[in-house]
Design a protein around this ligand. Sequence first.
Ligand code: GLV
Length: 317
Amino acid sequence: MKKILITRKLIKESEDKAAKTFDPIFNSNDELYSQPKVIEMSKGCDGILSSLTDKMDQETINQLPDTIKIISNFAVGFGNIDLDAAKKRGITVTNTPEVLSDATAEIGILLILGACRRAAEGIESAKVGGWKWSADYLIGKQLTGTRLGILGMGRIGQKIAKIARSLGMIIHYHNRSKLSEDKELGAVYHKDIKSLFSVSDVLSICCPATKETENMINKETVEFFPKGAIITNVARGDIIDDEALIDALNRRKIYAVGLDVYKNEPNLNPGYLQIKSAFILPHLGSATKDTRIAMANLAIDNIDDFFKTGNCKNKVN
Ligand code: GLV
């Protein structure tokens, strides 16, 4: 049986499956392993089932034992892994796409609703009590008739578009390539981000974090938005230059944000905490039981298929 280091504690059903499939090393206390600890614990292992909290950078990957042949990431995003460094060492990297699209899209919609309808301020007022209802109390932005820009129209972006359309939003998007009409469903394609941002009353960031998308929301690009636009992010924190966005929020160029992901999680930029209109969540995108089990099943199957056939369907490098 192949020996696999599982860096984070999984739901019981998933650990049961892992124990039937290979010889696993579990992390029963769910300790956050340091990079040297991952290197140390992977000695004698054939593979690693990693999570988005493991920073598998070049330095770490170069020190992994030669026996490691696969890193199966328990996430659709794989910005935590240096794919080139893994490839150079002959290590296959896999992810868990599709199974989390619905759950993540739900959080994407929650961010849009929360930011547009001033949920953060509302929750705060309700807790403090004694609020005074009035005709203009906590007036927010209605979704009906509002233009939603989707940055990255993959599976999650398309699902968000579908729900948002049913709420009466008008969908615009930017993607590396234009979708076919049956997938576009009337959404307006923009070849570049300047064009997309200029019509986005609300933006939903759904694209992967790559070298090209890093800090795509920055000092220059926030100026492309209509005044008072709302920016939401269900993808990865690396896509936003936090200082630029916080500055735009303070100037009311950007009216509100809905964020589930951050640079340096869980230490989000404290500037967001001072912004009343910031609706912020602690990276809940895929956090439902069914989805987490489906993700773990896929991460386990990727390892199993790889060792049985030399291939697996979710290889990303
Ligand atoms: C969650 O953020 C994921 O990438 O799976």
